[in-house]
Design a protein around this ligand. Structure first.
Ligand code: SF4
Length: 322
């Protein structure tokens, strides 16, 4: 299937409403993230959910927290310990899962007993002492039901590597949804895989080989099962942050396509830049820019088709800081 036949779906992210500035927090405040609304918002439509408001807790409301009750994590009132909204949050999460077929990622508010992705404090129900940390109840419901969906917390977006990783995953998953919408065929799966080879190689070499084996069987097996397994392995692989060493290995691999056609001083320059990037003396954008330069002068269709070279909009400048 030609990539041109793949439809373009709206690029949507589910999100905790308070991150958009909606005044839905327990204190009637918000946690507006300018980076999300003003930078990511240029490229993404947001689909907001506030589970605590949705289950009728109102705004403002007495706060809730996670407590351990005989080994079971419950969402209970901080003051009114009889108040237990665990089941309501799970039920609402199940409802939202059914609405998330049109989103390509989800951004959660950190630390929330409902929305937190990780490190949400859990207290002992009797003593009130902090015991450990886990995911919020609503977030856990979403993550368990949709393990392939890219999900991240807004706090972690401040880390340049995690931010780039999340946005890359969203775009990969979005392209997958577009391919799916066009109707999956063995040829489409091969095309999708071919264009993401270097991306997955940068994150997880063993997964790269596993995905290759899956795709090789696409023509003769249960395509639906293979496609489901493919995206599961791919999305799990991409959650592993690509290190400078892994990126440098892929860049060297790409350089191999040019080595016969570029002048020896250009080759030396590219090698030096890749090495400086590997030693974290330069950001990834520098060797990538040189690669693009050589690709313009020595076109290679196979390379031009690689999403690794253009994983997300350049204007987001995600590779300028990693
Ligand atoms: S963290 Fe979640 S539950 Fe809390 S205010 Fe934000 S959207 Fe609502």
């Amino acid at each position: 299937m030609s990539p041109n036949a793949v439809p373009t779906l709206p690029l949507r992210l589910g999100i905790s409403s308070c991150l958009l500035g909606h005044q839905v927090r327990f204190d009637a405040g918000h946690k507006h993230s300018p980076y999300i609304t003003q930078t990511l918002g240029v490229y993404f439509e947001f689909v907001p959910f506030c589970p605590e408001v949705a289950i009728g807790l109102g705004t403002p409301r007495p706060p809730i927290r996670l407590v351990d009750v005989d080994g079971s994590i419950r969402a209970r009132g901080v003051k009114d310990r009889q108040q237990d909204v665990t089941e309501a949050l799970i039920a609402y999460g199940d409802t939202v899962v059914r609405q998330l077929g049109s989103v390509s990622g989800y951004l959660l508010k950190k630390g929330s007993p409902s929305c937190g992705m990780e490190r949400v404090k859990v207290y002992d129900s009797a003593s009130g002492h902090r015991l450990r940390s886990t995911s919020g109840i609503f977030a856990r419901t979403i993550m368990q039901a949709l393990p392939d969906l890219p999900i991240e917390e807004e706090g972690r977006l401040m880390d340049p590597r995690l931010r780039e990783n999340f946005v890359e995953r969203v775009f990969v998953y979005h392209r997958w949804r577009c391919y799916r919408a066009a109707g999956m065929t063995p040829a489409a799966l091969v095309d999708f895989h071919t264009r993401h080879k270097f991306s997955v190689m940068a994150h997880d070499e063993p997964a790269y080989r596993e995905l290759g084996r899956l795709v090789a069987n696409a023509g003769g097996g249960d395509l639906e099962a293979i496609a489901n397994q493919y995206i599961r392995v791919l999305m799990r692989a991409l959650t592993k942050t690509a290190t400078p060493k892994q990126h440098a290995n892929v860049l060297m691999h790409i350089m191999g396509f040019f080595k016969e056609s570029i002048a020896s001083d250009d080759k030396t320059e590219l090698l030096e830049v890749i090495d400086a990037y590997r030693r974290e003396q330069l950001p990834l954008i520098v060797p990538m820019t040189l690669i693009h330069h050589h690709l313009r002068h020595h076109p290679r269709d196979y390379l031009s088709a690689q999403y690794y070279l253009n994983p997300h909009p350049r204007e987001l400048m995600l590779r300028n800081r990693i």
